[in-house]
Design a protein around this ligand. Structure first.
Ligand SMILES: C=C(OP(=O)(O)O)C(=O)O
Ligand SMILES: [Mg+2]
Length: 575
């Protein structure tokens, strides 16, 4: 009988095929006394060595197929093979208790996994999956059974598993595995991230019922919606086959736009850029035809570690991004810590309103050493590409002037040290505080560009915390108050001959894009996966026509009316 499950749509697409249930053999070894514990320890060491060789091979294969950053996970696995808390502890158990290697490994790794899984820290919990993966590999080698069964799948199927380990995902054959469904997992789990880079449809967290899907059962996975249909009817098969064909066709059509400029139907050119948070995101930037990077959120460089990144470490990251972008514009935003983003290793005074507190550039100006280090790293990297430095959360002109003063001072110091800095660096600000939007005409004289941060601009305009679900109905990008502020900013920049972009979520919103085009926005920066649909939309729009609608739109009284108007017009344009 047909059954439906719902999970998290972790990587988009639709797949229809027979299920392949990947039951990692649940093996619980019994404790056995060994006659020669020393020899048993040697057997264990040999298995560890074989695991190391296997992992080296998988790492190289992943580097070739998915890039060096995706292969890093196997570096972590290789390090685990040298971890005394795991490996030496197993050897000690074997020797002290004179037990078999399988039992000792199961005991030690099981304890390790239990401790990590109960931690109140996502990274450490993910580490438990790595230990399970590595221990499973050694266990298979000890037992002489294949741990790599997944690479042997050659018939088209949808893989179903409790969870997929990174090595599972790296070894699967994308010609045969059309998608996968897991019982557990989140959008940010390793398997989800790998699925997106392989462009393989994936639904994660589908629940216990997924574990009961038997190999050979027909299933439909709609990873656009997050639905799994087990044993579908003929009618459902037909419906989803048609949906899949439409989706695949659209994807193929969109790919044709990959290297094309973004030009409206009446010949107006704009730039579509990507938002990134790390070097790993570059792969998506290229895969989706971004014309530049409109926002590099550097705070993630600071957040994913236990101490401040040094000038040299930051320089290497910025240089790498600029070089890889090969002369295309790269807007790097200085540290935006505070609000919801914390640094565990930097204790800041508790605030009752962190979003209205010592955040972003305010914090940087109060901790100048921290700020100067980042500015130096940016200035040094500037010779490697087209760098644009952007200050977040500017509310008043004096903050901008102070930030620019520090930048100038660091530039002079570098010149004295004989370190070259590009003469073409642009300096701009985010417009995400209503005060800055209202005074954009004054600020425009002192910058090279603006980028409108609508995520914050909307929260501050509506006085609605962006993290609070109870007031999320006030996130209204097309509300007249928000649109009027945006128009003020765009016009202020245009009057001064400065370029203006947008890097908040609104820039990729298909209802907002026509309005922003009509208002004269130059650059739209969004998550990479939104770029091709946005390009396709802009190609169909007449900029002149949308310029003509702006007055009427701004006199409408609600977000809903404005959205309705845009949707109707778009439908007209596309039909
Ligand atoms: C892009 C923005 O910055 P963040 O989301 O990082 O605050 C914004 O506020 O719109
Ligand atoms: Mg912001």
């Amino acid at each position: 009988m047909t059954q439906r499950l719902t999970g998290i749509a972790a990587s988009p697409g639709i797949a229809i095929a027979k299920a392949f249930q990947l039951n990692h053999i649940q093996y619980t070894p019994a404790s056995e006394k060994v006659a020669d514990a020393h020899q048993e320890a040697t057997r264990f060491r040999q298995a560890v060595e074989e695991a190391r060789q296997e992992l080296e091979r998988i790492k190289t294969m992943t580097e070739e197929r998915m890039g060096a950053d995706k292969a890093e996970i196997f570096e972590a696995h290789l390090l685990l093979l040298e971890d005394p808390d795991l490996i030496d502890a197993v050897i000690e158990n074997i020797e002290n208790d004179e037990v078999n290697a399988e039992y000792a490994l199961d005991q030690v790794s099981g304890g390790f996994i239990e401790v990590l899984s109960s931690m109140d820290n996502e990274l450490l919990r993910e580490r438990a999956a790595d230990v399970r993966d590595v221990a499973g590999r050694i266990m298979s080698l000890l037992r002489g059974v294949s741990y790599a069964a997944i690479s042997a799948i050659h018939e088209p199927c949808v893989l179903v598993a409790e969870d997929l380990t990174p090595s599972d995902t790296a070894q699967l054959n994308p010609d045969a595995v059309l998608g996968f469904v897991t019982v557990v997992g989140s959008r940010t789990s390793h398997s989800a991230i790998m699925a997106r880079s392989l462009e393989l449809p994936a639904i994660v967290g589908a629940g216990e019922a997924a574990a009961k899907i038997e190999t050979g059962t027909m299933i439909i996975m709609d990873a656009l919606e997050g639905t799994v249909i087990i044993d579908p009817t003929e009618e459902e098969l037909e419906t989803y086959q048609a949906r899949k064909e439409a989706y695949d066709l659209r994807k193929k059509e969109l790919r044709k736009l990959l290297d094309q400029p973004t030009v409206s139907a009446d010949g107006h050119r704009v730039e579509l850029a990507a938002n990134i948070g790390s070097v790993e995101d570059l792969q998506k930037v290229f895969a989706n035809g971004a014309e530049g990077i409109g926002l590099f959120r550097t705070e993630f460089l600071y957040m994913e570690r236990n101490s401040l990144p040094s000038e040299e470490e930051q320089f290497q990251v910025y240089k790498h991004v600029l070089e890889r972008m090969n002369g295309k514009p790269v807007v790097i935003r200085t540290l935006d810590i505070g609000g919801d983003k914390e640094l565990s290793y930097m204790k800041l005074a508790a605030e009752s309103n962190p979003f209205l507190g010592l955040r972003a550039v305010r914090l940087c100006l109060s901790k100048q050493d921290l700020f100067r280090t980042q500015l130096r790293a940016l200035l040094r990297a500037s010779s490697y590409g087209q760098l644009k430095i952007m200050f977040p959360m500017i509310a008043v002109g004096s903050e901008l002037r102070e930030a620019k003063r520090l930048l100038r001072e660091e530039q002079e110091k570098l010149a004295q040290e004989g370190i070259s800095v590009s003469a073409a660096i642009e300096v701009g600000i985010m417009i995400e505080v209503p005060a800055a939007a209202l005074a954009a005409d004054l600020l425009a004289k002192e910058v090279d560009f603006f980028s409108i941060g609508t995520n914050d601009l909307i929260q501050y305009t509506m006085a609605a915390d962006r993290m609070n679900e109870n007031v999320s109905y006030l996130y209204q990008p097309c509300h007249p108050s928000v649109l009027r502020l945006i128009r003020m900013v765009i016009e202020a920049a245009n009057r001064e001959g400065k370029w203006v972009g947008m890097c908040g979520e609104m820039a990729g919103d298909e209802t907002a894009i026509p309005i922003l085009l009509g208002m004269g926005l130059h650059e739209f920066s969004m998550s990479a996966s939104s770029i091709l649909p946005a390009r396709a939309l802009i190609k169909q729009l007449s900029r002149g026509e949308w310029v003509g609608y702006i007055g009427e739109l701004l006199s409408m009284d609600s977000h809903e009316h404005i959205q309705q108007f845009v949707k109707q017009k778009i439908r007209g344009d596309l039909s």
